[in-house]
Design a binder for this molecule. Structure first.
Ligand code: NAD
Ligand code: MG
Length: 390
């Protein structure tokens, strides 16, 4: 039996992961499931799958979780320390699907036990890529990408030499506003930004898709995970979201990964790797689809892509600053405090301000320095937003 743990089990990726596990319960022992405020979902899944442990990130919800698990034999725990303990519990496969910078510390702890980490939490690679990769190497752990583009690249590279790679092309749907006139974007509402044309995902990544902050994170993720240079990475708009990424080799060949827009493909690939097993995803009828479209992204519409280039040029802790500022600006957009197009301006201000202190950005990447600049970037983002509101 494969011992599995799922971080962020109550979220979109988490639920898709549990769907695959529940289809073959005899093959898995669920060690731990973690969630946030959705205690009913967390407890129901822990009971249903016979988990050893369920953890909520919120200390104040421990009583509720205990009550929801009464008589089930599932242990309940709460808070940051409990999340780290869950990550240290021996497991063969751990899904990292917490959203945001909060996913980094549990992921690092999981790597320290030498496990296979299925990484959906792209923010860990953006904030601390070199640290994550070095920790995996030092402990004989393996990271398998779960972001659809990165799973696609990973699959296109099977049996290939990374030295023969000329470029990597990641596709972007263009998000909710890809066909809106540019001048309308400033007035885009939360509800409008929360609808993705092709994918069914958590709210935060859906809004990040509309602004392409998600693609900006993915460019950095590509660089950190595959070790290619920034100028080897390209983004192309592909409205159908059926080609997930392409790898271009030095002989001119482009290997594309084509499949339904269903995250259970990338999750299932990581769950069964290195085997391929049957997965409950739609098979494409290319004749019915008929046409696939591609176009270059408009830089004026998606300033986040340019900022990703700045972050990679600066290196060091710039990724942690970028991600934290983005998270804070996104919080403010969700709360209705700033407009949709304000987010990139705020992130750029924080990045410029904090990069002026090169000692800060160039300090080595550790969990402590990442947490430190993350905190400073959030404070600066709040100051920038307060100044703009005056
Ligand atoms: P989601 O919002 O649906 O779920 C997030 C999960 O993390 C929930 O279980 C929530 O309780 C938990 N969580 C949130 N904040 C937390 C905190 N501070 N501490 C501990 N737990 C916390 O998010 P999602 O869409 O499933 O995305 C999860 C991750 O996967 C993100 O990093 C996202 O970028 C990445 N990803 C998602 C998709 C997708 O299809 N949803 C695709 C590619 C990558
Ligand atoms: Mg993606």
């Amino acid at each position: 039996m494969k011992r599995v743990t799922v971080f962020g089990a109550t979220g979109s990726i988490g639920q898709n992961t549990l769907d695959l596990i529940a289809r073959a319960p005899q093959e898995y022992q669920v060690v731990a499931l973690t969630g946030g405020r959705n205690i009913a979902q967390l407890a129901a899944d822990a009971r249903r799958l016979g988990a050893e442990l369920a953890v909520t990130a919120h200390d104040d919800l421990l009583g509720d979780l205990r009550a929801a698990l009464a008589g089930s034999g599932v242990q309940a725990a709460a808070g940051q320390a409990a999340l780290i303990e869950a990550a240290a519990r021996p497991a063969d496969w751990i899904m990292s699907a917490i959203v945001g910078a909060a996913g980094l510390a549990p992921g690092m702890e999981a790597l320290r036990q030498g496990t296979t980490l299925a990484l959906a939490n792209k923010e860990s690679l953006v904030t601390a890529g070199p640290l994550l990769m070095a920790t995996a190497a030092a402990h004989g752990a393996r990271i398998l990408p779960v972001d659809s583009e990165h799973s696609a690249i990973f699959q296109a590279l099977v049996g290939e030499d990374i030295a023969a790679v000329e470029r990597i092309v990641i596709t972007a749907s263009g998000g909710a506003f890809r066909d809106w006139p540019l001048e309308r974007l400033a007035a885009a509402t939360l509800a409008e930004a929360s609808c993705h044309p092709n994918w069914d995902m958590g709210q935060r990544i859906t809004i990040d898709s509309a602004s392409m902050f998600n693609k900006a994170l993915e460019i950095i993720e590509t660089r950190e995970f595959f070790g290619v240079t920034p100028d080897q990475i390209e983004v192309i708009i592909h409205p159908e979201s059926l080609v997930h990424a392409l790898v271009g080799f030095r002989d001119g060949a482009l290997m594309a990964h084509v499949g339904a827009s269903d995250m259970r493909h990338a999750i299932g690939y990581a769950l069964h790797w290195p085997e391929r097993r049957d997965l409950p995803v739609a098979r494409l009828d290319l004749a019915a689809i008929g046409t696939l479209n591609f176009r270059a992204p408009d830089p004026a519409r998606y300033p986040a892509l340019r900022l990703a280039g700045d972050v990679m040029r600066r290196g060091g802790l710039a990724g942690a600053v970028f991600n934290a500022a983005k998270e804070r600006a996104l919080d403010a957009f969700i709360a209705g405090r700033i407009g949709f197009m304000d987010m990139s301006g705020i992130v750029e201000d924080v990045l410029t301000h904090m990069s002026s202190d090169s000692g800060l950005i160039d300090a080595g990447i550790t969990l402590d320095t990442v947490a430190h600049v993350d905190h400073l970037a959030r404070v600066r983002a709040d100051e920038t937003m307060a100044a703009r509101a005056r």
